[in-house]
Design a protein around this ligand. Structure first.
Ligand code: PMP
Length: 321
């Protein structure tokens, strides 16, 4: 985003709503030097028919966010409800009429040399328009990365910790440099973990299989959404178990899922076709259902949607001015 565009976007920063161009931190900030922040990615889906923005599984994202701040011993003066309210207000202030992506970030603020976690943290949230993060209109070419997924006792992948995303950046960049769309990462045991910034499922014998929480994955909210809609809408159960690299080569279907990635079919792994190379039939059905769910077209899942047109608590708005 250019500095000029940033002037027209509002961010939440240091307890106030300010132009994104003014939401800046000092270069000595601990999080900038050592990656000591935790973050979230939340999507807002704009429904053109109802002219409503729906934030998807907002509460669950902030519950995970607050849990993860504990890894870095942060104590934030916000509840999950406060953060939900601020997010809704942020979307309203920006007046978006297209799909958006929200990035809440809790970061260590101390301006000091030294890695120790000293007191001092803050939360910022910004939102930017975002369409597809990966192309969901075609199947993706994936490779198995030469970079291994972070081990839990190095930097916990489930923590969504800023510094840990160097691991993702290395894998995603290597994949693109080598002509692939995305990377699949193995853990140190040589078993499939997840994508660089997304979880992964495969279909075998009509069943969904995904890697378990102990395979160094982020416990994805889209992953749990997929499990629920597959069971409810398609009657397909999910098996949680380790996946071997070689099993990727013989899977009937494979797909990535995540807030950014949504549901994205994988057409090949290491240049070996998955199924017939197109997005598989179960993946395609899940994509269609997911799209209906996030746009508010399936009322039984409205529990997951936060519409942004309703006014939020006056106290939150007042506190932010
Ligand atoms: N794994 C990693 C490493 C991620 O960064 C993400 C994106 N947040 C995911 C999985 C998917 O998680 P979610 O569905 O909660 O966005």
């Amino acid at each position: 985003m250019t500095p000029e565009q940033m002037k027209n976007v509002t961010a939440y920063f240091q307890g106030r709503f300010v132009p994104l161009a003014e939401a800046n931190i000092n270069v000595m900030t601990h999080a900038f030097n050592y990656g000591t922040g935790v973050f979230e990615g939340i999507r807002g889906y704009w429904n053109r028919d109802t002219r409503e923005m729906y934030l998807f599984r907002l509460r669950e994202h902030y519950e995970r966010f607050l849990q993860n701040t504990g890894f870095l011993k942060m104590k934030l003066p916000y509840s999950a409800q406060d953060l939900c309210d601020i997010s809704v207000e942020l979307v309203r202030k920006n007046g978006f009429d297209e799909n958006v992506y929200l990035r809440p970030l809790a970061y260590k603020t101390a301006c000091q040399i030294g890695t120790k976690l000293s007191p001092g943290e803050d939360v910022t949230i910004f939102a930017v328009p975002m369409g597809d993060y990966v192309d969901t209109t075609r199947s993706l070419a994936a490779c198995v990365s030469t970079w291994r997924r972070l081990e839990d006792n190095a930097i916990p992948a489930r923590g969504k910790i800023c510094g840990g995303y160097v691991n993702s950046a290395l894998a995603a960049t290597e994949a693109r440099d080598n002509g692939y769309d995305e990377a699949i990462m193995l853990n140190e045991a040589g078993k499939v973990s997840e994508g660089a910034a997304m979880n992964m499922f495969m279909v075998r014998h009509g069943k969904l299989v995904t890697t378990p929480v102990y395979s160094n994955i982020l416990e994805g909210i889209t992953r749990s959404t997929v499990v629920e809609i597959a069971a409810n809408e398609l009657g397909i159960e999910t098996e949680y178990r380790q996946i071997d690299r070689s099993e990727l080569y013989i899977a009937d279907e494979i797909f990535f899922c995540g807030t950014g990635a949504q549901i994205a079919g994988i057409g090949s792994v290491d240049r070996r076709e998955v199924g017939d190379g197109d997005t598989g039939p179960i993946t395609a059905k899940l994509q269609a259902i997911y799209s209906d769910v996030v746009q508010g077209r399936l009322s039984e899942y409205s529990k997951w949607l936060t519409p942004c047109s309703a006014p939020v608590a006056a106290a939150v708005v007042a506190a932010a001015h």
